[in-house]
Write a protein that binds this ligand. Structure first.
Ligand SMILES: [Zn+2]
Length: 174
C-alpha cells in the first residue's frame, strides 16, 4: 500500500507540553512495573484538538475502553506516514482521545484535526488525568493495536522500533 509522502512533521497539539512519563521512562502502577514507556504523555484539557503530526493515512481507529482496575487507551488513532528520505513507512500513534474524527483508510493532511483529548477518569478513556499519549513507531505494521509499554520477555514489540517523539519531530527533514 502506498502512502503519501510526509514533507514535514508538527507536534500534535498547540501548545504541546510533555508532562511525563517521557519516552523510555519506566513506569509502575500500584507497585507493579508496566515497563518502559514507548511514547510521551502531554497533559491537556479534555476537548483540546489533536492534529495529525504529518500527512498520511489512518491505519487504525478504535475505542479501547478502560475499567475500574484497568486504565486503557480510550479512543486511539494510528497514522501511517512515508519518510521522505528513506522511503520507509513509520507510524504516529495518538491515544486517550475522547472523540475520533478519522476512520481507518482516511487520508490526513499535516496538522489536520483527527480527534480531541478525552475526559479523564471515565469508563471509556480509563482511569487517568486527561492527556495525550503520543508515540512514533518505525517497525513493521501488523494491522493491529500497538502497545504503550515495553516489558522484557513480553514479546509484544521491540524497543528498537520506537523513537523519542519530540526528538523525531524536531530533527525530521523539512
Ligand atoms: Zn503514555
Amino acid at each position: 500500500m502506498a502512502y503519501p509522502i510526509a514533507r514535514q512533521l508538527v507536534f500534535p497539539m498547540d501548545p504541546y507540553v510533555v508532562t511525563g512519563p517521557r519516552f523510555g521512562e519506566e513506569r509502575s502502577y500500584g507497585g507493579v512495573s508496566w515497563g518502559i514507556h514507548l511514547g510521551e504523555d502531554a497533559d491537556a484539557p479534555a476537548g483540546t484538538p489533536v492534529r495529525a503530526a504529518g500527512r498520511g493515512r489512518v491505519v487504525y481507529s478504535a475505542l479501547h475502553p478502560g475499567s475500574g482496575d484497568k486504565g486503557n487507551w480510550g479512543n486511539i488513532v494510528i497514522i501511517a506516514h512515508k519518510h521522505p528520505e528513506t522511503g520507509k513507512n513509520f507510524f504516529s500513534l495518538y491515544a486517550h482521545l475522547g472523540r475520533r474524527i478519522k476512520e481507518r483508510g482516511d487520508p490526513v493532511e499535516l496538522g489536520e484535526a483527527i480527534g480531541t483529548i478525552g475526559e479523564g477518569y471515565t469508563p471509556d478513556n480509563g482511569w487517568w488525568e486527561a492527556h495525550l499519549h503520543f508515540a512514533i513507531y518505525t517497525g513493521p505494521w501488523q494491522g493491529t493495536i500497538l502497545p504503550g509499554y515495553w516489558k522484557k520477555g513480553q514479546g509484544r514489540t521491540k524497543k528498537s522500533y520506537w523513537r523519542d517523539p519530540s526528538a523525531f519531530i524536531t530533527t525530521f527533514p523539512a
